[in-house]
Design a protein around this ligand. Sequence first.
Ligand SMILES: NC(=O)c1ccc[n+]([C@@H]2O[C@H](COP(=O)([O-])OP(=O)(O)OC[C@H]3O[C@@H](n4cnc5c(N)ncnc54)[C@H](O)[C@@H]3O)[C@@H](O)[C@H]2O)c1
Length: 381
Amino acid sequence: MDKVKVGVIGVGGMGSGHATTMKSVEEVELTAVCDIEKGVAEQVAAEHQVKCFVDSRALIDSGLADAVIVATPHYFHPPIGVYAMKKGLHVLSEKPVAVTVAAADQMNKTAQQTGVIYTVMYQNRSVPLYRAVKKLIDEGRLGELYRTSFIDPHYRSQAYYDSATWRATWRGEGGGVLLNQAPHGIDIFTWLAGLPVRVLAETRTRCHKIEVEDEASARLEYANGAIGYYHTSVNEHPGGSYMELCGEEGKIVIADGKPKFYTLETPIQQFTEENDQMWASPSVHEEEVAVEETESGHKMIIRNFARAIIYNEPLLAPGVEGLVSVEFMNALVLSGKKNKPVEIPVDREEYEEFIEEMRKSSKEKKLTGPTQRVTDPYHLT
Ligand SMILES: NC(=O)c1ccc[n+]([C@@H]2O[C@H](COP(=O)([O-])OP(=O)(O)OC[C@H]3O[C@@H](n4cnc5c(N)ncnc54)[C@H](O)[C@@H]3O)[C@@H](O)[C@H]2O)c1
C-alpha cells in the first residue's frame, strides 16, 4: 500500500478542513465523506468528487476506506471510533478523544484489542519547539520538576456559541472551554510535565450565556510533591500562553511560543545544603533550545497517521495518550462543579454519574440564526 484510503466522518468546519488538507498529503487519498446533515455531506462530496454517506457505519462498512478521520462533535468520537476499529479501520480522532475518561478507556481498549493504528489530532505535538522541549525534559535536563504553571487564555464570542446547538451544552458538548479550546494546551502541558495526581479547581461562566464553564483555574499536585497552577478561559483578548516548568536543575519558560531555557550549575537542593554564603544562589546559564524546523500542524498529523499505517512510523500523537488530557479536563470539571479536590485517575463511575446528571439538566438550545460550520481560521493549517 502506498496510499491510505481515508473517509472523513463529520464534515463541518474541521472535517471539511481536513478533507482539503489531505490534498497536499501524498500518502492519503480521500475516498468518502459522511455527515448526518445530508446537504453538508453532499456539498463536501461534490467538492472532492467522492462518495457521500449520512450514516458513519455505512461509510465504514462500504469498503471504500482503510481509515477514518472522526471530526464530529466530541460525544460521537468513541462510538464511531470503536465501531471503525472493530471493523479493522485505522482511526484518527479529533480532540478530545472522548468527553469522559470511561469512553476514552473504551477507545484505548478497542485499539489494543484490534491492533489498528489510532491517533489523535493533537497537532501541537508536531510543533518543532514543543518537540525540542520534550527532548530536553526526556534527557533529564530540568532534573526533577518541583513547580509548573500554565496560563492558556483564548477568546470566543457569544456568536460563536450561538452558531450550533451542540456547542457549550452539557448534552451536546459535555463541557466548555476545558473540553474545546483548552485540550491542545492541556495535551502539551501534560506531555511535558506529566499528569498531576490531585487537582482543586474553580470553574465558572463569566462572560457568555452558556451552560458550561468559560473559565477554569486549578491548583495541581504531582506524585513527587511538586505543585502547579493552571488557568484557561475564552474571556481574554489578546490571548497568548505562558508555561513554566521548574526543576531541580533547570527551568523552561515558554511565553507566546518563545522559549527560555535556564540551567543551574548546582542543583537547588544540593546548593541549598552545601553553600555557606548568606546571599548566594546557584550560577545560572541560559541555553539556546535547539529547534529543528519541520512540517507541523494538521498536515503533519495526517501524514504521520498514514505513514504509521504504511511504514510503521511511530505516532507523534498516539490515540491512547489522548486519555491523559481527558483525565485532566474531567478532574477540573468535576472539582469545579463539586467544589472539592479530585484525584487522578478520575473515578470512572463517579464521572459517568456526574455527566449523566449534567446532561439531564441540560436545556435544548434554540438557535436564532442558521447553524454555522466554520472552523477557527487559525486552526485550518
Ligand atoms: N484539532 C483542531 O485544531 C480542531 C479545531 C476545531 C475543531 N476540532 C474538533 O473537531 C470536532 C468538530 O468540530 P467543528 O468545529 O468542526 O464542528 P462543526 O459543528 O462545524 O462540525 C461537526 C459536523 O459533524 C456533523 N455530525 C454530528 N454528528 C454526527 C454523526 N454522528 N455522524 C456524522 N456527522 C455528524 C455535524 O452535522 C457537523 O457538520 C470537535 O470535536 C472539535 O473539538 C478540532
